[in-house]
Write a protein that binds this ligand. Sequence first.
Ligand code: URA
Length: 243
Amino acid sequence: MSKTSMRLDRFLVLTGAAKSRSDAKKLLKTQAVTVNGTICRVSEQQVEPETDSVRMNGNELIYRQYRYFLLNKPDGVISATKDRISETVMALIPEADPEDFFPVGRLDKDTEGLLLVTNDGAFAHNLTSPSKKVPKTYLVHVNGDVSDEGISRLENGIEFSDYTTKPAKYEFLTKRDDITECLLTITEGHFHQVKRMFHAVGNDVIYLKRIAVGGLKLPEGLEPGQYREYTKEQLNEAIYQLD
Ligand code: URA
């Protein structure tokens, strides 16, 4: 068996022909899939993605080694591949087998918004590496007013016992019912960072949603729990070409 060979059910998921391994199994039962011209019904069949010809209903399936999904993460799910208690973001993307795919960085369980999920480790590393300083913008609702001094501290750096925050950008949006709605853009990703920053200046975060990573914005109309697939080129172009 060569290093690049894989099970047929995995191949079908990675090519997008099936949404999940169980979906692949059902598909194989319909006798729609051929490997090098012979109908194959066996999920465990090994295929060589570079050289074997795998067809579904006669159409050649093109293997994509890496795939990229943008999820609008809803409140209440965990940014992890596995959790013993709660639902994870992976359950929302059946095409992304948690054995290969993972979320790029983390959002808290109660944070909503833009979360990328991929099986491309190098892409994820680039995006989360502190040295790349990719800005992440959050829509934040906090109780009360954010004071001028608070804004200055948010923007210039807040000293915590474990680290001092890097310069950030604060933008006031509106105030209603004693709740301030604002944007905060940070270039780091420490645990609970946005919540801790506002807490340090006297405001509690009551709603948090990531709306952009670099120039990549959470698409309008993508409801919480929904996702879209992109190519690496589309993502890199959007993320790194800031306006
Ligand atoms: N900052 C937080 O406090 N929580 C998140 O989920 C993301 C950034």
